[in-house]
Design a protein around this ligand. Structure first.
Ligand code: PMP
Length: 391
């Protein structure tokens, strides 16, 4: 099929749930992806912070091939070695002993909410405005953005929202019925918003004081993205539950809900499950992806190249009045504009660079963590050119 035929077929047969960019991606390598017509794109989007190790990483590809030849799926009523190995790796890098495997970020959060309710015997979850936690009915209700959930009323009860970074509001919302606080370290879909200094430490201490579980949604920030394996490791905090997905599988679907031995006792056999969760193929891919992130020191590279990229953005900010903020950590960086960013995304794509726009006016840059300063040096003049055409 050519691009037009693919788009036409999508229009006919695939539900219209996304505003899509008019290119059909065909293959990729590292920080480059190629459309079906053979055009090369420098990828500063990484499938929304998924391809942390880049496309077609040798170790990930070989792990998938080797595992596929042995066994692709087995039921969770049996044990499998790749899941066992992955659980050990996750415990090592997170400090949380137990994991429940699923297939996506929404499922990882769904399990986190169910576990928090079951463990505490309480119903209420406090989340934040502008957060994003997924599209299942519980996670979309936890999400703090009306457009994602109001069309789907009636929503399940038991959710409260407060402003992100406002500790007084958080304290006001937490009461005797609160099971957990569910929060991102950086609000990825909400515009790459960051909390004030000291906020997470205070939140962690307050949750512990009130016997409320702290669930950190690291679906977008996890696996080296922000310059550490987990963004929560920037702070002196001890979350009770952490949800992971996106970067964990090196591009293969997997979700993970991490918790302590103690909180894990909330779930007993029969409480929760997933046919595909923890399947050997996804776990083998994730084992290779985690190894690559650690062995190639991709989080360190994210920190270093991320700083370089952020400085380049700050230079652009001093040049263009319509840039109102530059923020983020590692290789999850946003440029906030005082206007919609969609056309800039289009113009960058025409110049063969993939980026995206979140919250309507924040350009999001989330490349594979292996990008170099020279990739940044290739991208910046193109962005400068696009910006200069706006003035
Ligand atoms: N949590 C966060 C912070 C996310 O960014 C996302 C996806 N953008 C999700 C949850 C949902 O993940 P998934 O699409 O894999 O269900």
């Amino acid at each position: 099929m050519n691009t037009d035929e693919i788009i036409d077929t999508y229009d006919k047969h695939i539900m219209h749930t996304y505003g899509r960019q008019p290119i059909a991606l065909d293959h990729g390598h590292g920080q480059f992806v190629y459309d079906i017509d053979g055009n090369e794109y420098l990828d500063f989007f990484a499938g929304i912070a998924v391809n942390n190790v880049g496309q077609t990483d040798d170790k990930v590809v070989n792990a998938i091939k080797t595992q596929a030849e042995k066994m692709i799926h087995c039921s969770n009523i049996y044990y499998n070695e790749p899941a066992a190995i992955l659980s050990k790796k996750i415990a090592e890098f997170s400090g949380l002993d137990k994991v429940f495997f699923s297939n996506s970020g929404a499922e990882a959060n769904e399990a986190a909410i169910k576990l928090a309710r079951k463990y505490t015997g309480k119903g209420d979850i406090v989340a934040t405005y502008n957060s994003f936690h997924g599209r299942t009915m519980l996670t979309v209700t936890a999400t703090g953005q009306d457009q994602y959930k109001l069309p789907f009323k009636p929503l399940p009860p038991g959710f409260k929202h407060v402003n992100f970074g406002d500790m007084d509001a958080m304290k006001g919302a937490i009461d005797d019925n609160t099971a957990a606080v569910l929060i991102e370290i950086i609000q990825g879909e909400g515009g790459l918003n960051m909390a004030p200094e000291g906020y997470f430490e205070e939140l962690d201490a307050y949750c512990k004081e009130k016997d409320v579980l702290l669930i950190i949604d690291e679906v977008q920030t996890g696996l080296g993205r922000t310059g550490k394996i987990l963004a929560s490791q920037y702070f002196d905090i001890k979350p009770d539950i952490i949800s992971l997905a996106k970067g964990l599988g090196g591009g293969v679907p997997i979700g993970a809900t991490l918790t302590s031995n103690k909180v894990s006792e909330g779930f007993v056999p029969g409480d929760h499950g997933s046919t595909f969760g923890g399947n050997p193929l996804s776990c083998a891919a994730a084992n290779a992806a985690v190894d690559e992130i650690i062995e190639k020191k991709l989080s360190e590279n994210a920190e270093e190249v991320g700083k370089y990229l952020k400085n380049k953005f700050l230079e652009l900010k001093s040049k263009y009045d319509f840039i109102t903020d530059v923020r983020g950590l590692g290789l999850l960086i946003g440029i906030e504009l005082n206007m919609p960013g969609g056309e800039i995304v289009d113009e960058m794509r025409k110049r063969r660079v993939l980026i995206n726009c979140t919250a309507g006016n924040v350009l999001r840059f989330a490349p594979p963590l292996l990008i170099s300063k020279s990739d940044v040096d290739k991208m910046i003049p193109l962005l400068d050119e696009v910006f200069s055409n706006i003035n």
